[in-house]
Write a protein of this length. Structure first.
Length: 471
């Protein structure tokens, strides 16, 4: 089969057009720790009981259509899931189509529908790991991109190839749970590739398991430089923090004419520590300096006192290398700055909470992201996403789409775990992604520049402020 790029014009989406959400932020809006890949179970009843409990817990975290991992599924969705579990795929398709007519913005139901359409056909299985506990919006963003890529791939290979089924996995962005589900996926021989995980820290914890089990994992979100070259089985469609840091440093020095930065970070986040280090290096290389650093996770954190000192000492920019776990103290920093100093930030600040709760204090904040919907508003990916979800999607959906597109292209060329790994690392490999051709460096990284966006008053989000690309 030729690549996505050669055939995408043939795709005709046939989804229901009922229900319009039209919101910009559709995609924004016991723990286990195995020592080995396979649990050793002997005759000890206590260990057998523990193994049984572990299996039950994992079972509740994985589904290709037999259960909802999201709370409060509708009656129609439950009917579809029940039919899927009984192997009545025709009934499952009917019920899930009706469920999506009621609520088109449900990526879990969308993926289950595409799995049901595959039915009893021979199919390749890919796992999609996302933090969807407690209805995480970030997890739903990932599922939207993965589901859209699955549907397009299956339409392309219909009648002339093997389709993809997606196995949804909820790891709650917890490193201990992530290691357990990684081990489970390694042991499921039908799983030929994985899209995961969300945070860099979680990906770093799970990476050795994928490496040992020789199961390719492509992350759409994890940006820490520590993942570069870590394993031939670990790749990513999102650029590393070095790209974001370089873009922010150039904007600080050349765009703002600033020299002295105060930097905030989260000491508990591998992503934040990576961005902090890369930004400091880039600023120094461009002729500036980071004059003070503050930990957003410090129990003695005091934004007003720290910002007052920064202003007194002549700081001319504030850099927020925040994680999603430290959004609240980041908002306190913005309030303390009170529009008196320029604000810079990493991609975790691309979040509706920043728009909603930051309000005027967040206006002007410049964030480095891998992609923005307005950078190519008429692209096929954007157009199709709007048809499916009724609104725009985020960079996380785009990167997830690229991950499944890449794994699908590799599977089409060599349908085995080792074959996927080999194809992804070939120098001439290219998959047609949401954001252009996807190529991987020998390190497993993607060579792609960051996009700078800033917060401005607007109505696209429905909140009163929007992230807009900087021209």
């Amino acid at each position: 089969m030729e690549t996505f790029k050669n055939h995408k014009f043939e795709i005709i989406l046939t989804l229901s057009t009922l229900g319009i959400l039209g919101a910009f932020f559709l995609g924004i809006s016991g723990l286990l720790n195995p020592k080995t890949l396979v649990s050793d179970i002997n005759s000890n009843p206590t260990e057998q009981n523990a193994a049984t409990a572990r299996t039950a817990s994992l079972t509740q975290r994985l589904s290709d259509g037999t259960q909802s991992l999201l709370p409060d599924p509708s009656d129609l969705k439950q009917q579809g899931i029940a039919a899927y579990g009984q192997g009545d795929y025709a009934a499952a398709v009917t019920a899930l189509e009706a469920a999506l007519a009621e609520n088109r913005n449900d990526p879990e139901a969308f993926i289950y529908l595409n799995n049901a359409r595959v039915g009893t056909q021979s199919a390749h299985t890919l796992a999609v790991i996302a933090p969807i506990g407690n209805t995480s919006e970030i997890g739903l963003e990932i599922l939207r991109g993965a589901g859209q890529a699955q549907q397009e791939f299956n339409q392309l290979v219909e009648g002339n190839g093997i389709p993809i089924k997606l196995l949804i996995v909820n790891d709650d962005n917890d490193p201990a749970i992530a290691k357990s589900v990684a081990a489970e996926l390694v042991n499921r021989t039908e799983v030929l590739g994985v899209l995961g995980h969300y945070s860099s820290g979680v990906s770093l914890e799970a990476a050795p398991i994928y490496n040992q089990g020789k199961l390719p994992m492509v992350s759409a979100i994890s940006t820490s430089v520590e993942l570069s070259g870590l394993s031939p089985y670990v790749l990513r469609t999102v650029p590393s923090d070095s790209f974001a840091a370089a873009a922010l440093a150039r904007h600080m020095i050349d765009g703002l004419g600033a020299q002295q930065a105060v930097l905030y970070y989260d000491s508990n986040s591998a992503y934040s520590l990576s961005l902090k280090s890369e930004f400091t290096t880039s600023v120094f290389s461009d002729g500036g300096e980071v004059m003070n650093e503050y930990d957003l996770a410090d129990t003695n954190f005091d934004a007003e006192e720290q910002i007052a000192l920064a202003k007194e000492q002549g700081a001319d920019v504030i850099m927020l290398a925040s994680s999603t776990d430290t959004l609240r103290p980041s908002l306190e920093v913005m309030a303390a700055v009170n529009q008196e100093l320029p604000l810079l930030g990493g991609d975790d600040l691309y979040h509706p909470q920043v728009l909603k709760d930051g309000g005027p204090d967040a206006e002007g904040l410049v964030v480095a992201v891998p992609w923005h919907v307005l950078s190519d508003p008429d692209s096929e990916f954007v157009t199709e996403a709007r048809q499916i979800w009724g609104g725009d999607v985020s960079w996380r959906s785009a990167m997830a789409y690229d991950a499944i597109a890449s794994l699908g292209e590799a599977l089409d060329q060599s349908p085995s775990r080792e074959g996927v790994r080999t194809v992804l690392h070939e120098a001439d490999f290219a998959a047609d992604g949401a954001t252009g051709d996807v190529h991987f460096l020998p390190s497993g990284d993607r060579n792609r520049a960051a996009q700078l966006v800033h917060i401005q008053p607007g109505n696209r989000s429905g909140i009163g402020f929007d992230f807009i690309p900087i021209q």
